[in-house]
Ligand binder design. Structure first.
Ligand SMILES: *Cc1c(COP(=O)(O)O)cnc(C)c1O
Length: 361
């Protein structure tokens, strides 16, 4: 029998979450964000489940070519654009839409046009830095980039985009939206702003022409103040395993590397087949929630490479072979993330290649 760990990916949950996002987005169109191997869910698997999306947003040329080879014909938005001049003919050939965020990229495009490489031409997204100070043109750079791009033969439709730093937080989106409209004043083009948090929290302000939800499609909440279930999302990835050993502890006995956990009373400890080499966060402390035989309990001691110890004192029927859910169905990855001082994004993306994946309806 193979080691009992498994990531089950639900195609119907993915499709359900996309439908919810698209309903919120309408009449705007929806880029389903597939970066980071579709947040750990598998690029092609997710693309198939997201057949209703208007387009896909991703980062890597290799991944875009995989989608094209799989017969996917939708628009593909490349969120970091092209990285070097040889990428550009590929963008043209495979009809990819680059985000153009710096003048170096404008130069590369101009050179490619000069060398006759733009062929049928390219649609592109012009990325505006509205205050996050990561990617994008700022102040007079926006109009400068617009004018320069418009003058390049082969540049077709331009969409103006920006990204929010704190759509889920106290600052919200108003400040960045004001900056954006000041920076793009007089430029007439479709617009795209919203990640999951902006779409769900400020739909009317953030919808624009295209939205770009990611995390919500995978069934997790972008918020700390509203759960995925409250939003109506379904978890798409369930990471499960089984108990492979049980230890009975006397008061004072300790558990795991560094002896970081000490039993205050008699305890039963289940040892489960999942560790940080499977993608479970090593920094998850004692107390992080876990489901054993359908009941909620907690991990104890340090997460090892291949195993974690869990408290089954009050789950007497949980012996060797008892089913365990690390996150997903019955326990949102969001709750594990809060306990482990991270975000569900990181948990989902970190799913290790050694974990077998099963596609479930
Ligand atoms: C990742 C990303 C998104 C999606 O963000 P979520 O918080 O996962 O919804 C949208 N836009 C850009 C530019 C991104 O990088």
């Amino acid at each position: 029998m193979p080691r009992p760990i498994l990531a089950s990916i639900s195609a119907s949950a993915l499709a359900h979450n996309l439908a919810l996002a698209m309903k919120e987005a309408a009449p705007a169109k929806t880029w389903a964000v597939l970066k980071a191997n579709a947040y750990g869910h598998g690029l092609l698997r997710a693309a198939k489940a997201f057949a209703a999306a208007d387009g896909f947003a991703l980062l890597d040329l290799v991944d875009a070519l995989k989608l094209r080879s799989a017969g996917i014909d939708k628009p593909l938005l490349m969120l970091e654009g092209f990285f070097a001049p040889p990428d550009i003919p590929q963008f043209v050939k495979y009809r990819l839409t680059p985000a153009v965020h710096c003048f170096e990229q404008v130069e590369m495009l101009r050179d490619a046009a000069g060398a006759g490489q733009l062929g049928e031409g390219l649609d592109l997204y012009l990325k505006v830095n509205s205050g996050m100070n990561r990617l994008g043109f700022m102040t007079e750079g926006v109009a400068g980039a617009w004018t320069a791009l418009k003058a390049i033969p082969g540049v077709r439709d331009i969409t103006l985009m920006t990204h929010f730093a704190d759509a889920d937080g106290e600052s919200g989106i108003d400040g960045q939206l004001q900056w954006f409209s000041a920076l793009t004043h007089g430029l007439h083009a479709p617009k795209s702003y919203a990640n999951s948090a902006a779409l769900l929290r400020f739909p009317d302000k953030a919808r624009a022409d295209w939205v770009r939800p990611g995390i919500m499609l995978y069934g997790c909440s972008p918020f700390t103040f509203r759960t995925a279930a409250e939003i109506g999302l379904k978890p798409a990835m369930t990471l499960s395993t089984r108990v492979i050993a049980v230890q009975n502890l006397e008061p004072g006995e300790r558990v795991g590397y560094g002896f970081t956990y000490q039993a205050a009373k008699e305890m039963r400890i289940g040892v489960i087949a999942c560790g940080y080499a499977d993608g479970y966060p090593r920094h998850a402390p004692s107390g992080t929630p876990v489901l054993v035989a359908g009941r909620r309990t907690q991990i104890v001691g340090r997460v090892s490479m291949d195993m974690i110890c869990v408290d089954v004192t009050d789950i007497p029927d949980a012996g060797v072979g008892a089913p365990v859910v690390l996150w997903g169905e019955g326990l949102s990855a969001d709750q594990v993330a809060v306990a482990a001082d991270t975000v569900s994004y990181e948990l989902l993306c970190a799913l290790a290649p050694r974990v077998p994946v099963a596609e479930v309806p």
